[in-house]
Write a protein that binds this ligand. Sequence first.
Ligand SMILES: [Zn+2]
Length: 224
Amino acid sequence: MKKALILGVFSIVAVVLLASAKDTYKVLRSIDGDTIEIEYKGKAAKVRLIGVDTPETVHPNKPVERYGKEASAFTAKLVEGKSVRIEFDQANEASQNRDKYGRLLAYVYLPDDTLLNDRIIRDGYGHAYTKYPFDPEKLDQFRAAEKEARENKRGMWADEKKAETKEEATPPAKAKYCASSGSKIFHYCSCSYVDKIKSSNMVTFSTRKEAVDSGRRPCKRCKP
Ligand SMILES: [Zn+2]
């Protein structure tokens, strides 16, 4: 009887171990700060980390964004040569956990069980990206991680000021809120989206009320 019980416990442990080993995938390379490539079901598959957005480095039609290279290097250092565990979010079930580019949408856990998505934001290499819905608990976690990174001036938040003064010409010094003349969205002038607005299309506001009165909505990334 006791033997059967011990055997039973062992088989449960074995099943749990097998199940977790099955969810571990070899990282082939890191593509960008928020995208990696893993060996998945015998093929190379791109994985876009849920809930985090790092400055762009490899987009064919966009310039390399400030801090993009650092963000890429940060992720590369953490994942290269490792196997990671991935977890999907119920919110993406309908699209088979893939985005419109066919990339898997996932939470990526490092071998020490650190959630990479969180780690990137917490160390200041990416924003909490809340455009697509996902687990509300993780959403709160990622938002808190971004706040912590900003307050402690980690990673890209460290040189936010320096970078602004370097680009003095674009938004006038007094402007706090920026928008594109053709857009219904307004930003803090420090928002990375503002970098993409041509100076000839730049509209600025010194108060939030002015920006709202212009008929614009606050950006979901910089939350002005
Ligand atoms: Zn913004």
